[in-house]
Ligand binder design. Structure first.
Ligand SMILES: C[S@@+](CC[C@H](N)C(=O)[O-])C[C@H]1O[C@@H](n2cnc3c(N)ncnc32)[C@H](O)[C@@H]1O
Length: 506
């Protein structure tokens, strides 16, 4: 039996984690079971996000062959259903969240997991979806709903989304960092101007605008610096704000009302910016994002015993929670998945119109949404990925991009950052030859970091947070002739948030 402890830093220091004591009841319970222990591993994490998708302990089957039951088959061509009660299991991973082990009744929990493993019919999970890659999970519909109906969520909690960030506000509002970036732009423009090569319109794009705080800080700084500069760049500035939530865009537009003549708000899907911003090809001097890539859908892949697997997930509610949330709206427990699916399709306001017997007003629908969200968990399993080139990272990119990283790191589990890669790949061509992409986010600069930490998904209020696989973005950019750098965020060098910049290689 293999025991893998990831949060190794916590095993030392003034108050070290007593891992052996936590493992003992788990190992004893496994030893007393009929499992083939030579094929069992125990994976210990420290899930730093208090709101997350993991149970304190869970089983993750490592399947021998790609497998789906008829119930899992979604009809969209994702693998054919195979016969049989369940997929043959090559191994079993037992997942533990060490942060919560001390307060948990581990023998009882592992006992229930063993019973479910022996007979899936005794499961106390209520699935909300079929198994599939994490990027297609309904957690992303929850994420999108959060941004589409942000004000309803905030009215109910009484706090703004920024307050859920670890520092209480977005780093994007840091004036000093904005100033440095603007002065670098001025330098580029001065040089182009001196050669008579500066276009009349100076395009700057921001994707994922939130409450507009970032745009306001940036535009205020820009106007002030331009006023003191020899050329009035502010007059020529075209600031495009893109977001997939019209509600968020409207809020951001109000925040920058003082700069209205220079700002255009556009509905843009950040995972496919080329769709709506294609007209900017080769024209954008700056594409600016903050805390957006970590909010875009991502799969995970793993190397286990030298073989490559995709981590498949299935969102579920623990049966007790399904029963409770359904009861609060006067519905039987078995109706919970259907109510959740209608919530995700319609949003809280329309849900009241569609099902007034359960949701007499919007407050009731929002409360249901929040209760469901806090109870949503992800069950996980590993499904063999037979050929990396058959795995679509994005519509235009195969899993071959992952190979050098997977081949270099031994057994590892990592994010694919599909949404961020798609966004990045479609944004680079929008840049002017002297333009740059500038991005503040939770980047992992070295994939070896995955061996000793947990990097999502977690929940920030109603949204999802996942760190981004920096080396993958680096590889994609380099391969297309861009110089990609990931550096500490200058205004807060010790922060988890880092700055990625990309520009055409000189
Ligand atoms: C965490 S907020 C960051 C807001 C702001 N940039 C900041 O740093 O404070 C994420 C923003 O990205 C937007 N967003 C998330 N997914 C998106 C997508 N696929 N397309 C466009 N915008 C998206 C959300 O609507 C939200 O405005």
């Amino acid at each position: 039996m293999l025991i893998d402890i990831r949060p190794v830093r916590r095993m030392r220091g003034a108050d070290p984690l007593r891992v052996a004591g936590m493992l003992e009841p788990v190992v004893d319970a496994l030893a007393a079971s009929a499992l083939d222990l030579s094929r069992v591993s125990v994976m210990c994490d420290w899930i730093q996000y208090r709101a997350n998708f993991r149970a304190v302990a869970d089983f993750r089957p490592v399947l021998a062959v790609p497998w789906r039951s008829a119930a899992d088959f979604d009809g969209a061509g994702r693998g054919a259903p195979l016969d049989g009660e369940r997929g043959a299991e090559a191994a079993l991973e037992v997942a533990l969240d060490l942060r919560r082990c001390a307060e948990a009744d581990l023998p009882a929990i592992v006992g229930r997991l063993l019973a479910e493993h022996a007979d899936p019919a005794v499961s106390d999970r209520v699935p909300l979806e079929p198994w599939g890659p994490a990027s297609r999970s309904c957690i992303w519909q929850f994420n999108s709903l959060y941004w589409q109906a942000l004000s309803l969520w905030e009215q109910s909690t009484g706090r703004e989304y920024e307050q859920a960030l670890p520092s209480g506000e977005s780093d994007a509002r840091n004036a000093e960092a904005a100033r440095d970036l603007i002065l670098e732009l001025f330098k580029t423009w001065d040089d182009l101007d001196a050669r008579g090569a500066l276009p009349a319109e100076l395009y700057v794009v921001e994707l994922g605008v939130g409450n507009g705080g970032q745009a306001r800080t940036w535009l205020d700084q820009f106007a002030a610096l331009s006023a003191g500069h020899s050329t009035d760049y502010y007059r020529r500035l075209q600031y495009l704000m893109g977001d997939y939530s019209p509600h968020v865009l409207e809020r951001a537009r109000r925040a920058v009302a003082g700069h209205a003549d220079h700002v255009t708000a556009l509905v843009v899907d950040a995972t496919h910016p080329a769709f709506s911003l294609g007209f900017l090809r080769g024209k954008a001097f700056l594409v600016y994002l903050s805390n957006v890539y970590d909010n875009l859908p991502s799969d995970e892949v793993a190397r286990i015993g030298g073989r490559t697997y995709q981590v498949e997930v299935r969102a579920y509610l623990p049966a007790a929670d399904a029963c409770r949330v359904a009861q609060t709206v006067g519905a039987p427990a078995e109706q919970a998945p259907d109510l959740v699916s209608k919530l995700l399709r319609l949003g809280p306001a329309l849900l009241c119109e569609a099902l007034p017997q359960h949701f007499p007003d919007v407050d009731r629908a929002v409360a249901f949404w929040q209760e469901v969200w806090s109870a949503v968990h992800l069950q996980e399993r590993y499904v063999p990925l037979e050929a990396l080139d058959l795995y679509a990272v994005t519509a235009d990119m195969t899993g071959e991009l992952l190979r050098p990283l997977l081949d270099s790191a031994g057994d590892i589990r990592m994010h694919v950052s599909n949404g961020a890669l798609s966004s990045f790949a479609q944004t680079l061509p929008l840049l002017h030859p002297y333009g740059r992409l500038h991005c503040h986010d939770l980047f992992l600069a070295d994939i070896r970091g995955y061996r000793s930490g947990f990097f999502g998904p977690g929940k920030y209020d109603g949204s999802v947070v996942n760190w981004i696989n920096g080396p993958l973005l680096h590889r994609l950019g380099s391969r297309n002739g861009y110089d990609v750098r990931i550096a500490p965020f200058v205004a807060r060098p010790s922060a988890n948030v880092k700055t990625l910049s990309a520009q055409v290689r000189e």
